[in-house]
Design a protein around this ligand. Structure first.
Ligand SMILES: Nc1ncnc2c1ncn2[C@@H]1O[C@H](COP(=O)(O)OP(=O)(O)OP(=O)(O)O)[C@@H](O)[C@H]1O
Length: 234
């Protein structure tokens, strides 16, 4: 399987007044095309920090991160803002617990906005996404009038519309009841597989983690790859 993001010996901490709090220490890992990974760990262990580093929303203190663009892995050490924004637009889809939708807009325009950032227009894949997510009858509805489950399905359509190589999800079902949460997880994993996207998903929920092929655990500033992965792949 092709590597899409590699962390090479990265460390990250935060200054708190006089003291320095190390969150991740000399972490190395690789995300591969099509892999799905549940990221678990105690509160405050560094799960969101890891997601933010991979999304380019946080810098690293040391080490290197390599990101695939086309046929080549590029080191981010020399990247400027324009490189990061190009990476986020082209290669990333992001799904958070708070849906972060554009509330004055309808469902179609929320999805179209994400496509427009990549100079893409509505494609048959978008029709398929909306069909499978049950959004086709809702396309002209304002997102602010939708239920939590419906809004989260719009967030998934928006994240997948441009077929990114990587989806970063932070507690994507955290605001949903059990039934809606499992439905959303099933749709997310089915659609990501169809688009050959890798998913790295932070979750506290065992039921959600079960939808992913692999389990990584953040503990003592390290990432522990669970020896009993959900599925032994890649
Ligand atoms: N911008 C920041 N400035 C200072 N400290 C931060 C910052 N972001 C995170 N931290 C600290 O880094 C540690 C890890 O935070 P992080 O949000 O990554 O944990 P988490 O595992 O996602 O936690 P939770 O499960 O509670 O969301 C925490 O101690 C947090 O206070």
């Amino acid at each position: 399987m092709t590597s899409i993001v590699t962390l090479d010996n990265i460390s990250k901490g935060f200054r708190d007044g006089e003291s320095f709090h190390c969150v991740l220490q000399q972490v190395s890992l690789t995300l591969k095309q099509g892999q799905t990974i549940a990221l678990t760990g105690p509160s405050g262990s560094g799960k969101s920090t890891l997601l933010n580093i991979i999304g380019g929303f946080e810098t690293i203190d040391s080490g290197d991160m390599l990101i695939r663009q086309g046929d080549t892995l590029h080191s981010v050490t020399q990247w400027q803002d324009k490189h990061w924004s190009q990476y986020r637009r082209h290669s990333l889809g992001v799904i958070f617990q708070q849906f972060n939708l554009l509330t004055p807009l309808n469902v179609r325009d929320n999805i179209q906005f994400s496509l427009a950032l990549n100079q893409l227009s509505w494609s048959p894949w978008c029709d398929e996404l909306c069909h499978q997510l049950g959004l086709t009858p809702l396309l002209d509805r304002s997102v602010e009038n939708l239920s939590g489950g419906q809004q989260q399905r719009v967030a998934i359509a928006r994240a997948l519309a441009h077929k990114p190589q990587l989806i970063l999800a932070d507690e994507p079902t955290g605001n949903l009841d059990q039934h809606a949460g499992m439905q959303v997880m099933q749709l997310l994993t089915d659609l990501a597989q169809q688009a050959n996207c890798c998913i790295l998903m932070v979750t506290h929920s065992e039921e959600c983690a079960q939808f992913m092929q692999h389990r990584w655990h953040v503990e003592n500033q390290q990432i522990v790859v669970n020896p009993i992965d959900n599925k032994q792949q890649g």
